[in-house]
Every structure is written in C-alpha cells, then in structure tokens.
Design a binder for this molecule. Sequence first.
Ligand code: FPP
Length: 244
Amino acid sequence: MSASPLPRHIAIIMDGNGRWAAAHDLPRSEGHRAGAKAVRKVVTQARLRGIEVLTLYAFSAQNWNRPADEVDRLMALLVEFCEGERDLLMDEGIRFRTVGDRTRLPAETRQAVETLEEITFKNGNMQLLVALSYGGREEIVAAARSLAAQASAGTLDPAAIDETMFAAHLTTAGVPDPDLLVRTSGEFRVSNFLLWQIAYAEIVIESKHWPDYAEADLDRAIDTFANRERRFGGLAPALPSAAP
Ligand code: FPP
C-alpha cells in the first residue's frame, strides 16, 4: 500500500505548557496562555495545508483533578479563545466543535463553546474539534452504555453491533479517524485521547513544548506522515529482489 501524502485528520496532544512556563520563570497560567497562541498558528496552518479535521486535546476528563485555580484559568482562557478567534474561524470557513462531557463545564465556558459551534455550524473548509473534559475510556463506556440500553429495551439486536455502529455512538461520529497523532513535549503516551479512533494513526512525537509549536513544526509532522508506509495490518511490500 502506498503512503498517503496528506493526512485528512490530524489530532494533537498539546503537552508541555507547564514546562514551558517553568523554563521561562512564569506561572503555569502563562504557559496555557502562550499555548492558546500556538493553537491559533496551528489552526491557520492546518487550514492552509488543506487538512479536513484538526482535533486538539485541550482538557482531559482527568484534568479536573488539577488545582482549582489552574482549572478556572483554563476555562476562562477557553472563553477568551472562543470570543477572540471567532473572526478567524469565520474568515477561514472553519467549523468549531467540541468533544467530551460538556455538562461538567462551567456555564460561561459551555455558553461560549456552544455559541461558537452555532455561529460556525455551516463552515465547510475544515473542522476544528476541541476535546474538552474528554476521556477516551469515558467515551467508549458511554457508547457501550447507550448500545446496552437499546439492546435491553429490545430495539437493538446485540448481533447487529459492529465497528461502524459502535463508532456512530462516539462523540466523533461522522468524522474520519485521525491519520496522524502528534504529541509535543517529548512524551510517549496517548493519555486517554481518542483511544478508539487512533487505532491506525501514525504517531509523531515532537520534543518542543506546545507553546513553541508553530507552522513549520506542523509542516514537518505532515512531511513525516507522508513518508510513512501505512499497512493497516497488511503485509509490507516485498523487498526488491536482487539482480540475477
Ligand atoms: C498540557 O500541558 C496542556 C493542557 C492541559 C492544556 C492545553 C491548553 C491549551 C493549549 C490552551 C487552551 C486551548 C485552546 C484550544 C484555546 P501541561 O500543563 O500538562 O504541561 P506540563 O506537562 O509541562 O506541566
């Protein structure tokens, strides 16, 4: 199978805001603020490169365990992002959506994301998915629970459950799976991100901290992807045979 030149869907674990802040002798909140600026750059570049879907891991289900002050500042930053980047998303024709448990979000953050989702609903150039209060295991459990409820109500034959039906019960229903997963700050973990969806994603680990991530870094990750050989569990192409 030949290498795919451009990923349709890029998912990014934006890690290292805290380490970036520490390295600059700044509070963690300034690391997140600098991270939000990097988000703008990467969204713009992904659109320029013709990426269909960009998913950013902004806040995990487990991040609720961080100190209240950090959580509050992140939630406020998300409101600022939704209000401040509205014109960019409209100018670029980008649809904004969130995935995750929005019932846990503070009212102001929830309102801001829902407003941006409504305003950008018809934009068709790219989808920006922001994972907020998101956990891959939590998402899989919710899908299983929903299917089990239908089965116990007698409206679904368990034998009819297949991968397509299961995927349709995830919050990413209708979105192609990520082809490329990028994680910054040099960590080799998937941290409960899109566990079902990344089954065949190519993974690129970037040593830079997220606030330093910029357009050229995304380009480099896309180039790396283009040079990977994706086999989806199939066989590697036969090596060229030696000349007789
Ligand atoms: C991980 O770094 C980053 C986060 C938990 C938050 C990500 C948020 C942003 C990039 C800004 C807001 C997002 C949007 C979409 C506007 P960390 O704090 O775990 O860093 P560390 O591992 O170095 O401590």
